[in-house]
Design a protein around this ligand. Sequence first.
Ligand code: NAD
Length: 429
Amino acid sequence: MPAPIGNLFEQSPVYRMACDQLRAVAARMPEFDDGIMERLMVPKRSLVVSMPVRMRDDRTRVFIGYRVQHSLTSGASKGGLRYAPSVDIGEVAALAMWMSWKCGIMNLPFSGAKGGIAVDPAELTVQEKERLTRRFTDEVLPIIGPRTDIMAPDMGTDEQTMAWIYDTYSMKVGYACPEIVTGKPVELGGCAGRREATGRGVVYCIAEALKELRLPMEGATAVVQGFGNVGSVTCDELHRRGAKVLAVSDRYGAVFNANGLDLPALNRYAFDNPENPRRSIQGFPGGEPMNPADLLTTACDVLVPAAMERQITAENASKIRCRVLAEGANGPTTPEADKILAESDIFVIPDVLCNAGGVTVSYFEWVQDLQQFMWDENKVNEELRKQMLKAFARVRAKALERKLPMRTAALSLGVEKVANEKAKRGLYP
Ligand code: NAD
């Protein structure tokens, strides 16, 4: 299947990786014509905006931001907003495409989208971050809306970022519109348990995989790359279930303890410590520092990349020593690495399934906001668990039935749903 002509996203290795995955899955679906697959290869709508922001020294700096809607076929588009220096339009387009498959796998009435601003949030003051976020919201206003495109937190953004977007959008339309974003503070119509949802979903999947491998969770060893929202909650949930987290890393360093890290102490050190404004695990006294480059190849039962894309590559894939690879991050494994892993006995839980707890509880939040009727956290967690287990079972059944790797099985389910909807809706005009 050729890439559509004039494809401006193709310069990004992350986008090319998402397209390679789509091509591989499309090759197994002769029932869909090439036209549909070609439509799925490029995002439906992309907006590039520049935001002039007044900085703390009164100078003006200009930042570039993106909002990409991969598809509008399955309902309002939905996806996170990322603040990171590496953000470019191709990366955002790839992440938007993965969101489409993820929503398809989870049977959510959403299409995929993603947004991002090329900025290192650690270099901004809170006021600069607020001005940048509000101006970005204003710039993308023509293509967002509670029935059009709904944002959520991702790398470098959080509940506060969503609160600013909610406020800015509400000021523009003239009424409080909490359903414009998900992952906002609970006091503003956020959903109890949304912040923890992605990490919880990751651990529900890990528990299923361990069950199949007949390995007990109690005493299982884990290594986690990234100690932000997804990584830290995954660690907490593993720890709560009796697993031992041997090592974690973040962008500043990595820490190791052969007896298992004391997670409550690590959380206090990273997140509740005025002497640690970077909120980093680096320097944690309850473990030894380790070279972050060695983290992914540390022997363990469960390895969770929960930081960023393209971390497991052709160079390190053959050195990975785990039983379960649970992809908390989006796109952490390259297609070349995938081929190497397929030859091993590692149980891969692919990103589009493994981290889908976040968008699932985002869906719950959106539904609650539309109905103005909020659920308690027990109900949220129980529904999340139910949906994750159902999706895991669907993907696993497809993988076993067709003898497919888990990633191919998961992507097939997601792509098939969207392609089917496109075929049934037909072509306008
Ligand atoms: P976050 O900003 O809260 O945390 C990111 C973490 O990764 C931080 O600890 C950061 O220091 C670390 N990191 C950055 N670069 C690193 C590197 N080179 N090596 C090691 N660690 C590094 O972001 P998050 O929301 O936890 O998102 C992490 C990943 O999970 C992303 O791929 C994101 O797209 C994906 N994801 C997030 C959600 C969500 O609900 N937040 C949902 C689905 C998927």
